[in-house]
Design a protein around this ligand. Structure first.
Ligand SMILES: *Cc1c(COP(=O)(O)O)cnc(C)c1O
Length: 420
């Protein structure tokens, strides 16, 4: 592949590096599954986690070597499942910036607030992290047709990467998914359908069509590699903080892939000697109109039953039931975190507040983490000295925004004093 002059070739995508996957493991029972062959859920219907020879990684990788590599998620290849460089399907998965909110923290009298700005990734959301990994693995396995239920962003990332890999895709989304998502899924090459139901209804269609349509089920956590891609958020943020973790992470939780992935990342980083035993408190943020994890957390339950009549403007977290519910709840509890629901009103107000104070346009899900942080601070659940990280998971430009109504007639005299 030729590169434009002046832009260094990304060695992360081409250099042969050792890989360390040993096996997969049922997250519920610990039962072991063979690596290097396609899998969906475990025998008991729960997610599979990828396991590595972490002693091997520890010997093969040091911080200095990592620092010298190009700034994308493929820099962590020793902790990723893709074995052969020719299977990497990349659209430029750049490291995303940590953007501080100094004015808002001054206003609140709080500790440092950092936003992990994931809207800068290909397809405009952090779903790119999960899907670039899962699609690269699908390519390695020779999978030819993938199907997925989506609230929008996952389908868009799947569509882009699968097309790039030459894999066919069929995507089902709730009929009120933001238009731009449906359009981008379609134009990037997927066969996309609006379904009169929610994401888990779409998931049923994918599951039931497996035999006859012959597709591979890419629902959240129903294949093992999206977690590995999302895990790079944890690797990356720790590296960006000089191999430290923040005091708390506010994560907008739908299927929970990112929260589970980051929790796994911290564990692996400790085992390879890159970080110590400190963990951030993991705070699962949901919307009041769809808060199954919050309800289960408060009830002290290990699983989160389906939330009926789910409704929120934060589409990414409108997930009535998560197959990885117990993993989310486990990470939240082990980290001494909690789960919190915010209202659509707090989300809308928070989105405007951050945009107008800091010039940073969040997506509704990202605004939910801001709202949850504010409330946590007010309720004393987060201390005024604590350094927190909020997740903005998608570019705010993907969502309907309030219309600006002012107009001006250039043929009439203009009263310039009004602008003064
Ligand atoms: C998918 C998505 C989420 C939820 O992420 P999970 O890791 O699946 O819980 C939140 N916000 C946006 C914008 C999303 O696309």
């Amino acid at each position: 592949m030729t590169q434009p002059s002046g832009i260094p070739h990304d060695l992360n995508l081409t250099e042969a590096r050792p890989t360390f996957v040993t096996h997969l493991e049922c997250a519920m029972t610990g039962e072991i599954y063979e690596a290097d062959t396609p899998h969906n859920l475990s025998r008991v219907g729960r997610p599979l986690l990828v396991r590595y020879d972490l002693d091997g990684v520890r010997k093969a990788l040091d911080k200095a070597a990592l620092t010298a590599r190009p700034q994308d998620l493929w820099r962590y290849r020793e902790l990723l499942p893709v074995r052969r460089t020719e299977d990497i399907v990349s659209l430029g998965e750049n490291a995303t910036p940590l953007i501080p909110l100094p004015r808002l923290s001054e206003k609140l009298g709080s500790g440092e607030i950092l936003v992990k700005e994931e809207g800068r990734l290909p397809t405009g959301s952090f779903k790119a992290r999960g899907l670039v990994m899962a699609v690269s693995m699908a390519k390695a396995f020779g999978i030819r047709h993938i199907a997925m239920p989506t609230n929008g962003n996952a389908g868009a990332a799947l569509s882009a990467y699968a097309t790039r890999a030459g894999i066919r895709t069929t995507v089902f989304c709730p009929e009120d998914t933001p238009e731009v998502n449906i359009s981008e899924i379609a134009i990037q090459g997927s066969d996309v359908y609006r379904v009169n139901g929610l994401i888990d209804d779409c998931g049923k269609i994918v599951g039931q069509g497996k035999e006859e349509a012959g597709w591979f089920d890419f629902s959240t956590l129903k294949e093992p590699y999206r977690i590995e891609g999302k895990k790079t958020m944890g690797l990356e943020l720790a590296e960006q903080l000089g191999w430290e973790v923040p005091d708390a992470i506010f994560y907008p939780t739908g299927g929970g892939t990112g929260l589970i992935g980051m929790w796994k990342a911290f564990d692996e980083l400790e085992k390879i000697g890159f970080i110590g035993s400190k963990r951030p408190r993991m705070i699962a943020v949901q919307a009041e109109g769809c808060a199954p994890i919050v309800r289960a957390y408060e009830a002290g339950e290990e699983h989160a039953p389906r939330w009926e009549d789910a409704q929120t403007i934060a589409w990414g977290v409108r997930v009535p039931q998560a197959v990885g519910d117990f993993l989310i709840l486990r990470a939240v509890r082990e980290s001494n975190g909690y789960a919190m629901a915010v209202s659509d009103r707090e989300i809308t107000q928070g989105l405007a507040e951050v945009a107008q104070t800091e010039g940073l346009l969040l997506c509704p899900e990202g605004a939910a983490t801001w709202a949850a942080y504010k409330r946590s601070l007010a309720e004393g659940r987060i201390g005024k000295h604590e350094r927190v990280m909020l997740f903005n998971c998608a570019t705010g430009l993907k969502y309907p925004l309030p219309r600006a109504e002012q107009s001006l007639d250039r043929h009439q005299p203009i009263d310039y004093a009004r602008f003064g």
